[in-house]
Ligand binder design. Structure first.
Ligand code: CUA
Length: 329
């Protein structure tokens, strides 16, 4: 059942969102009522007791009933708000035991998702509808923040520690994952305005699918190897390599067209002689590319900043990337 979207909030697609929106609306409407009542009273008093009618002030005696009313009414209201807030906070903090656990890893400037059984995804976070999902967050570099407005969840991903967040999606559909903590951007090219890459492009789509589809996705991913959509490609391994580099976010910093972005381009890289910042050189072969992926700081190409963090990929994934690079003549 689709609900009519609210004018003031994104669609509510998780069970937490209902609680969240209820207390939000409650506070909003209490504020509206109090605003109107208090402003109305101020205006009414100002008119009723204006100087032309009441030139002489009359002292007001102590009024016990009034004192108690304006002490205990806000106290009860605040106690109620605290109770509802705490209840919602605890609900959002403690994931149910049967939650599906997905690891979300942040790095500049990409989200990576690891599912039970070994499936992985990158630009998309796949979650089942009607089942609790616990996200275990980690950052490989700086502080990022995992934010899905439609689920009303936001939590920092911090290097050196795990943080968690959970939600249960109510219906199939799509939501947006943002990075909500400024995490830098690549240096703009000379003569270019500050770029919209980096933090502001650190997005992913959340796909809420049926439980059967989610199960099928896990099973497909657990098999590993060349994905189905590359099996019939003219060069299946290179096709898979392209998927991997897209998914890993390599192309954020490395072009395949010869253009300089952050790191060296991959066009014509294979078999070429590379000169490094320490003056040494090597030919770009399997060993060089493998090393550049798993231990990027080992050799820095002359004229480029060091700054890539290591990627941990399986051997067959690295082989697929190499197969792809060979096609970039
Ligand atoms: Cu990652 Cu902002």
């Amino acid at each position: 059942m689709k609900e009519t979207p609210r004018f003031d909030l994104p669609p509510a697609l998780s069970t937490l969102a209902e609680r969240h929106d209820w207390i939000y609306s409650f506070i909003f409407w209490v504020s509206v009522v109090l605003f109107v009542a208090i402003t109305g009273a101020v205006v009414w008093f100002a008119l009723r007791y204006r100087r032309s009618h009441h030139p002489k002030a009359v002292p007001t005696p102590h009024n016990m009933a009034l004192e108690l009313t304006w002490t205990f009414t806000p106290l009860l209201l605040l106690a109620f708000l605290f109770y509802k807030g705490m209840e919602g906070f605890l609900f959002g903090m403690v994931a149910p035991e049967d939650a599906v656990e997905i690891r979300a890893t942040a790095r500049q400037w990409k989200w990576t998702f690891h599912y039970p059984g070994g499936a992985e995804s990158f630009d998309e976070l796949i979650v089942p509808e009607g089942k609790p999902v616990k996200i275990v967050l980690y950052s490989e570099d700086v502080v990022h923040s995992f934010y899905i407005p439609e689920f009303r969840v936001k939590r920092d991903a911090v290097p050196g520690m795990y943080t968690t967040v959970w939600f249960q999606a109510k219906e199939q559909g799509e939501a947006n994952l943002f990075c909500a903590e400024y995490c830098g951007a690549p240096d703009p090219k000379p003569g270019e305005e500050a770029s919209n890459r980096g933090h502001s492009a650190m997005l992913a789509t959340v796909k809420i699918v049926s439980q059967e589809k989610f199960q099928a996705f896990l099973e497909e991913g657990a098999k590993g190897g060349i994905p189905a959509k590359c099996k019939n490609a003219p060069n299946p391994e290179a096709c898979w390599g392209l998927q991997i580099v897209k998914n890993q976010g390599c192309l954020t910093c490395h072009s395949t067209t010869g253009e300089r972005i952050v790191g060296p381009t991959w066009k014509g890289l294979w078999g070429k002689k590379r000169t490094f910042s320490d003056g040494s050189s090597a030919v770009a072969d399997e060993n060089y590319i493998r090393e550049s992926i798993v231990q990027p700081a080992a050799k820095i190409v002359q004229g480029y900043p060091p700054g890539m963090s290591p990627f941990s990929l399986k051997d067959e994934q690295i082989a697929a990337i190499i197969a792809y690079m060979k096609t970039l003549k």
